[in-house]
Design a protein around this ligand. Structure first.
Ligand code: PLP
Length: 402
């Protein structure tokens, strides 16, 4: 294994923030703006010659800084900037890195919103994206032109759970002087993309990191220079487009991230158990923890030890009618919710072809194997997973899948 056991979790555990009155949680900086004792200091902050002062919460706020520091620690980066959603993190990053005429090479199996942004929105600025299979290095290399500014992928793609070889892609990116941006939303703790050579690591905090499905949020992790460029008062995409996270939300996410390591272990343990069981029942199951997953060995050799292969798995029910019937039956049997998103204590399931990936045109979905019968399952923190399995089997029998 490339990393010592549990390292990213230690980096959060070791943080010690005190509240204003010695509280064990940092005080919440419930202010949009901050006072200055001297007018000159304020002028210097705007000029960029004075650092370390809070100015205005669209720029920085102590509460978002605490959370940023925790996530930067976990991701082994020097800096991080919070945003009000994962899409806020993704869009501002790409707009900061790319100018008109530039090109992006992206994985073709990414979250539908990211895909739609690249495919439909960025062309307004004359920024073109080439979509490739990022698990095939030669497809990336063949797509590189002198205009390529960014290579973009998710560690584990949504929803097909293809795992990209971050170490290998980072080498290609470095060789060509291209920035490598990785969305680590599905695999916090499990992968540390920055250690593997990624320049920017993004999360939708909405998912595992927050874990309570009560807010949307996002983060961009990178070196100090890039983070500073994003909040530059004159030219920073985060500062000027303004997808800012609120201080109160940042404080609540900071409390939740402290249990992320325990949750990831349990999500992974449950997903591994169910995937093995359903595969033995002759269902087509996609889960990177299964030995027949095409990137199983590569993932095993490059992930952090101790957090498993993640909490997401996919079952192929063959048709959209089966998928809908199964999900309705599972919800009626209190197995979880028919809802998009992931990383909740209770199981969430959706049919990506009919929901989160419907932005991807049908013929392209067919080429990548994203059929309407796939049910994506974000397994919950179920204590008795054998009971969950038995209830799922009953549901499958009832709708004729088993
Ligand atoms: N990245 C991935 C992998 C996602 O699954 C999602 C949302 O589902 C996003 C980014 C976007 O995040 P948000 O919904 O917080 O804007």
């Amino acid at each position: 294994m490339s990393n010592k056991k549990g390292k990213p979790a230690n980096k959060i555990q070791d943080l010690q923030f005190f509240g204003e009155f010695g509280g064990v949680n940092p005080s919440i900086a419930d202010s949009s703006t901050f006072t200055y004792l001297a007018g000159k200091t304020m002028g210097d902050v705007f000029e960029g010659t004075q650092e370390g002062c809070y100015l205005y919460s669209r720029h920085t706020n102590p509460s978002t800084s605490y959370l940023g520091q925790a996530i930067a620690n976990m991701e082994y980066t020097k800096g991080a900037i919070l945003s009000a959603s994962g899409m806020g993190a993704i869009t501002t990053t790409l707009l900061q890195l790319c100018s008109t005429g530039d090109e992006i090479i992206s994985s073709r199996t990414i979250y539908g919103g990211t895909y739609a942004f690249m495919k439909n929105y960025l062309p307004k600025f004359n920024i073109k994206t080439t979509f490739v299979n990022t698990t095939k290095l030669e497809e990336i290399e063949n797509a590189i032109t002198e205009k390529t500014k960014v290579i973009y992928c998710e560690t584990m793609s949504n929803p097909l759970l293809e795992v990209s070889d971050i170490n290998a892609i980072a080498e290609v990116a470095k060789k060509h002087g291209i920035k490598f941006v990785v969305d680590n939303t599905f695999t916090p703790m499990i992968f540390s993309p920055s250690k593997m050579g990624a320049d920017v690591v993004i999360h939708s905090l909405t998912k595992f990191i927050n874990g309570t499905s009560d807010t949307v949020g996002g983060v961009v992790c990178s070196d100090e220079e890039f983070i500073a460029s994003m909040i530059d008062v004159n030219s920073g995409s985060a500062m000027l487009l303004g997808p800012t996270m609120d201080a109160v939300r940042a404080a609540s996410i900071l409390k939740n991230i402290r249990t992320l390591h325990l949750r990831m272990k349990k999500h992974s343990e449950n997903a591994q158990y169910l995937s093995e069981k359903f595969q033995a029942d002759n269902l087509r199951v996609i889960y990177p923890g299964l030995e027949n997953h095409p990137q199983h060995e590569m993932m095993k050799n490059s992930m952090n030890d101790g957090f498993g292969f993640g909490g997401m798995f996919v079952i192929d029910t063959k048709t959209k009618e089966n998928a809908n019937a199964l999900m309705e039956e599972m919800q009626n049997n209190n197995l979880g919710y028919l809802a998009v998103s992931l990383g909740f204590y209770k199981t969430l399931f959706s049919a990506p072809g009919l929901s989160t990936s419907s932005e991807i045109p049908e013929d392209e979905r067919d080429t990548m194997g994203l059929s309407d019968g796939l049910v994506r399952i974000s397994i919950g923190l179920d204590n008795d997973i054998e009971r969950t399995y038995n209830t799922m089997v009953d549901c499958m029998k009832k709708v004729g899948i088993l």
